[in-house]
Design a binder for this molecule. Structure first.
Ligand code: EPZ
Length: 424
């Protein structure tokens, strides 16, 4: 397993480009199953997760052309040859479950392995399945597989989600675009990735309105064509770089960061004493490293609240704040695994239920640490960038699932990060 060695060595300076959003790309890729003509995605992030989704699509009969290292991926689902997504493919990455809705809508049936839990929580899919049932699908769960059928097609439905779910909102949208009649999704998620999916689906001939608000309306159409769509910039990757620069100090232009998607983070960074300048094509982050970081309390919320996917990174920043902050995780039940690892670097964190009390310390010190999930891993990278000495971050395959060329991007701004391949 690869590991990273990171030498804490002062401020970052320069420009960091932001890639296309993993969490949008994965759902856009699933949407290719709905399209009779090619769907071409540009700004595709080259990540373990997106490559994995491409393999699953190929196994279902989608022609996928995506040369290694390229940011353009062409998917053509002219003939769907299989409607089965087996356990081995779904268990590795939850977003693969999202092929269920498109297969059901286009072919009328699908058998997809339940994704199961993961390190950050149980993450059930009951809301996804209830939405399909409301659209007239028969759902049976047998031996860990969801068997769904709507042989005469899905029909529009009025679905009120009991709480906000990004995945269920996207999945219901993916199914509703080919349903007979209108579907109304209430208490829908408003994350920017949902808007990106709606824009792409509409360019393929779908009729989706209200995306970006809690009420989304989908007027079903008989078929979707294809389109060329540029994947939205990754707000979580962008936010991670903003926090990294806040932590190290320096002056970096985060090229492609969209202020409109990062409002909650920008507020928190400004409260922490970091300068955030909104420029036409990105955000400039500045901090004088001799000035202290002020403690800021945050709690994660659905968009436009503070994103759970930036909680670990912000905690890393608060570890070196001049005072105590409280971080509350409201989305996932078990998303503080980074806290004990940050403590290995000298952080002072007490976790009580879904709250972490972070008492800032003047200095973090290098230590071997272990990555437990994607965002936890990158929080350790941020902490290592400011720790005294050389930190080793083990088990970084999580990082490779969601951050494209991380060490190269940070390295160009002066970070000293090296990858050691294949070590245990
Ligand atoms: C998406 O997960 C993202 N993943 C997550 O990013 C992100 O943290 C999350 O949204 C919240 O923003 C992808 O887009 C691939 P949810 P998702 O449904 O859709 C519960 C990362 O690091 N729930 O909004 O799975 C669920 O357990 C990842 O990139 C149910 O109970 O999140 C959670 O507590 C991690 N039943 C809450 O809702 C359901 O049927 C919100 O989850 C669905 C969800």
């Amino acid at each position: 397993m690869d590991k990273l060695s990171i030498l804490g060595n002062g401020p970052l300076e320069g420009r960091i480009p932001v890639s296309g959003a993993k969490n949008s790309a994965l759902k856009l890729m699933a949407a290719s199953l709905l399209c009779e003509e090619p769907l071409v995605l540009t700004s595709m992030p080259n990540l373990a997760d997106t490559r994995f989704m491409a393999d699953l699509l190929k196994s279902l009969g989608v022609e996928v052309e995506w040369p290694k290292g390229e940011a353009l991926c062409r998917m053509h689902a002219a003939n769907i040859t299989s409607t089965i997504a087996p356990y081995d493919l779904v268990r590795k990455m939850r977003a693969t479950f999202n092929v269920l809705g498109p297969l059901l809508a286009r072919v009328g049936h699908a058998t997809v392995s339940l994704p199961g839990g993961c390190a950050i929580g149980a993450r059930p899919v009951d809301l996804h399945l209830k939405a399909f049932e409301a659209m007239g699908a028969d759902i049976v769960i047998e031996q860990g597989y969801v068997k769904a059928a709507a042989l005469r097609g899905l029909k529009g439905a009025h679905i009120v989600f009991p709480f906000v779910s990004v995945g269920a909102t996207e999945h219901a949208m993916l199914a509703a675009v080919l349903a007979h009649g209108e579907t109304i999704l209430e208490n829908a998620a408003c994350e920017p990735e949902i808007g990106d999916l709606a824009i792409c689906l509409n360019a393929c001939g779908a009729k989706v309105t209200g995306h970006g608000t809690p009420v989304i309306r989908v007027q079903g159409v008989a078929k979707l064509t294809g389109t060329r769509h540029d994947v939205i910039a990754d707000r979580i990757e962008a936010g991670t770089f903003c926090i990294a620069v806040a932590a190290t100090g320096g002056n970096v232009f985060v090229d492609g960061a969209r202020a409109e998607d990062l409002g909650a983070l920008i507020d928190c960074l400004q409260q922490a004493g970091v300068t955030v300048e909104v420029e036409a094509k990105g955000l400039r982050i500045k901090r004088d490293p001799s000035k202290p970081i002020k403690p800021v309390d945050v709690q994660t919320q659905p968009h436009p609240g503070f994103p759970t996917d930036l909680q670990a990174q912000f905690m890393a920043l608060m570890c070196i704040a001049d005072g105590t902050s409280t971080i509350r995780e409201n989305i996932f039940e078990n998303r503080f695994m980074h806290a004990p690892e940050l403590s290995r670097l000298g952080a002072n964190i007490t976790v009580r239920g879904n709250e972490a009390i972070v008492k800032g310390v003047p200095k973090l010190r290098a230590a071997p640490v272990m990555a437990t999930d994607l965002r936890a891993s990158v929080s350790l990278v941020i902490a290592a960038l400011v720790a005294e000495g050389e930190t080793t971050v083990n088990r970084i395959y999580h990082l490779d699932r969601g951050f494209e060329r991380l060490e190269e991007k940070l390295g160009r701004c002066g970070a000293k990060i090296t990858r050691q391949e294949g070590s245990a």
